[in-house]
Design a protein around this ligand. Structure first.
Ligand code: ADP
Length: 679
């Protein structure tokens, strides 16, 4: 805080000059003659009288001394000036005695000293005034900034606090009372469970006795009890509302049953929260109108006190955030921008294998050092990257010795409101507000990795171990069907074996293609310039036999002006085949399925429209999910269905940067389509 400016120096000198001038006036009026006489050696009778300086010289001297004293104090401060001015004072007093005794000259010590004292006093008062005004402004600013709640919120917080109490206590009525300017308790919020039997404040003796009970609680700072029968039929409990040693009111609880002593601690804690809310409300109600410094104005003082209460309440509540993080299963640490650790939660201590004492000894780098591994061997590089780019740093760290995989994330927390506490601009990072601190997170992903491994093992098991025997079953069954020696009846069974084993291997294929695509195994995706109308034509001819079986007419709506798209031909062919097979599968016999190719602004869309069963509205958002199938009345038993077809379609199209869409109405038909960006 800068207190010395040119303006303040000029004001100080002006005040000092004023003090000097006033002293001159007093001196010339002869008001301090007796004081002056005390610092000269009295002239014995017959001697020549003491010589005083000329009045103009005296004036000059007094004003000069006062102004210099004022200047000195304003530059060096009162405490430092005290010693030097004191010594000057003593030296001048001695000089005055000596010169009056031997030289018979009065050096005007008393007026000079008085002028200097007056100057020091005024200058110091001015300095205090300035600092005090700054302090008041600062406290008010901070309290306004920290307390962002709405005015209506304060009241609702009070009532919600009471509701919370209702969950633990057999509450009939609860009243929050605040201390007014005359230290009397007045009600400011209340909650009643039974509206008819509510208290009427100020009316009856019961109310007065209850207020006395609250007064007693406030005075003793203890929970005070009046058992049922003492005041009226209910038990009354008065709780002093205290925050950080200041009592701001009382909470009166009226209970149907007797108060359980074990609730005392909880009650005191809830009381603390209600007290903070009360302080907040109080601070908001009081508007500061004057600008007098706190040491002369009780109003400013009390306003400042309220503002400070708000800040202290917010500080307390801010600590809760850290407490909540302590409960988290993931490790969290906060490091300030000087590298000191502000907070480390127990999970982080566990992951870093540190105890609390050790954690206090180390800084950000010390903590990160605990996670050094093959891919994370230079923590300072990671920190620098985060600082420079503002982007979080994320790595998966493997620790084979402890059989653990940890996910490390170092991020720069930024001030979303954009008003950084240090007031400096942002550090060139793109994240918006100015950086506040580092947020370090450690997540144990060992189990997840194990599951992932298990899943991929399962997939490879399916693709090899299941498919191989299935191929033999299918192959041999097909061979046996051809064998004439086998009786007709058995051959029918063999045909079933062939069909079912083929069905199963198709299912496995679909499943594998979906999982493969989801794993991001894109090595099989080879994009070429593809004409979708040609793909449509080819697919229609391959599914034609299937359609014929159900006497479904496949209609192609050709469009000759279709630009090519970049896509994998085999995958897009599979996609369209699945959509057409579905259209045939989910339609009655003797209907039609239309396939059209449409040119859109920057994409080519292929639409497959059927007149089939349709998809119910409640299922429409889910049909793209893996294994999701719609159950339908009268569904054919052998309707081959895995719920994987559409999941595969969506996955392929999205990998190509395209999108899928569906419109459907039960009983009228469906319109499935996909769009791929044009070349
Ligand atoms: P599957 O066809 O193997 O069950 P899909 O993922 O292809 O799996 O389809 C999911 C569900 O969406 C199906 O069970 C079906 O009920 C519904 N569905 C798909 N296509 C159509 C369509 N053209 N008409 C009506 N319902 C459809």
């Amino acid at each position: 805080m800068k207190t010395f400016t040119l303006k303040s120096l000029i004001v100080s000198l002006g005040l000092a000059f004023l003090a000097g001038a006033a002293t001159c006036a007093i001196w010339r009026a002869g008001l301090i003659d007796s004081l002056q006489a005390a610092f000269v050696v009295n002239v014995t009778r017959g001697d020549a009288p003491l010589q005083s300086p000329q009045p103009w010289l005296g004036l000059l001297l007094i004003v000069a001394i006062s102004t210099s004293a004022g200047f000195f104090v304003s530059r060096a401060g009162a405490r430092r000036s005290f010693l030097i001015l004191g010594m000057g004072f003593l030296a001048t007093a001695a000089a005055s005695l000596i010169t009056s005794r031997y030289l018979k000259i009065d050096i005007l010590f008393a007026p000079m000293a008085l002028g200097a004292i007056g100057a020091v006093f005024l200058v110091q008062l001015n300095r205090l005034w300035l600092i005090d005004t700054q302090l008041t402004d600062h406290v008010n600013d901070t309290s306004a900034r920290t307390d962002t709640g709405e005015a209506s919120l304060a009241q609702s917080r009070l009532t919600s606090g009471l509701k919370l109490l209702q969950t633990i206590l057999p509450l009939e009525e609860a009243v929050v009372l605040e201390l007014d300017d005359l230290s009397a308790l007045v009600p400011c919020a209340r909650l009643r469970t039974n509206p008819s039997g509510a208290l009427e404040p100020g009316r009856n003796t019961v109310w007065r006795r209850l207020i006395q009970l609250c007064d007693q609680a406030v005075e003793t700072s203890e929970i005070t009890l009046a058992p049922a029968g003492q005041i009226d039929s209910l038990e009354s409990v008065a709780l002093p509302l205290r925050h950080e040693g200041r009592t701001v009111g009382a909470l009166l609880l009226r209970l149907r049953e007797s108060f359980d002593q074990s609730d005392r601690r909880l009650l005191a804690a809830v009381g603390g929260q209600v007290a903070r809310n009360l302080q907040r409300e109080e601070a908001r109600k009081r508007k500061l109108d004057g600008k007098l410094p706190a040491f002369v104005s009780a109003r400013t003082s009390s306003h400042r006190l309220h503002a400070f209460d708000v800040i202290s309440g917010v500080l307390t509540e801010n600590r809760f955030g850290a407490q909540v993080l302590s409960e988290a299963a993931d490790g969290y640490a906060i490091a300030y921008l000087d590298g000191t650790l502000g907070f480390v939660n127990p999970a982080m201590l566990g992951a870093a294998r540190l105890n609390e004492g050790e954690a206090q000894q180390i800084d950000l780098f010390g903590l990160l050092d605990r996670f050094r591994s093959g891919v994370f061997d230079e923590p300072s590089i990671a920190v620098r990257r985060v600082l420079q780019s503002g982007e979080p740093y994320e790595r998966e760290l493997k620790f084979p010795d402890r059989n653990q995989t940890l996910e490390l994330r170092i991020a720069l927390a930024t001030d979303r409101n954009g008003n950084g506490s240090n007031g400096h601009g942002s550090n060139g990072n793109g994240a918006g507000g100015s950086p506040l601190c580092f947020a370090i997170r450690i997540r144990d992903v060992t189990l997840m990795k194990e599951f992932e491994q298990l899943k991929s093992d399962m997939i490879s098991l399916m693709s090899h171990e299941l498919r191989t025997p299935l191929t033999s079953i299918n192959g041999f069954a097909e061979l046996l069907v051809l064998d004439d020696k086998i009786p007709e009846e058995s051959r029918e069974f063999l045909q079933i074996i062939t069909n079912e084993s083929q069905r199963m291997s198709r299912m496995i294929d679909t499943f594998l293609s979906v999982t493969q695509l989801q794993r991001g195994d894109k090595k099989e995706v080879t994009k070429i310039a593809l004409r979708l109308d040609e793909v449509v034509r080819e697919v229609i001819s391959t599914v034609q036999p299937l359609a014929k079986k159900k006497r479904i007419r496949l209609i192609e709506q050709p469009n000759s002006h279709i630009p090519p798209v970049a896509a994998d031909k085999s995958l897009i062919t599979q996609v369209l085949t699945r959509l057409l097979e579905n259209a045939i599968k989910y339609s009655q016999e003797r209907t039609s399925v239309t396939v059209s190719t449409v040119l859109e602004a920057d994409a080519v869309r292929v639409v497959v429209e059927d007149r089939g069963y349709g998809v119910p509205a409640e299922s429409i958002d889910r049909i793209w999910e893996k294994f999701y199938r719609v159950a339908r009345d009268g569904q054919e038993k052998d309707e081959e269905s895995t719920g994987l077809g559409l999941a595969f379609v969506k996955e392929v199209i999205e990998q190509h940067g395209g999108s899928v869409a569906v419109e459907s109405e039960v009983g009228r038909g469906s319109k499935f389509s996909f769009a791929l960006p044009r070349l």
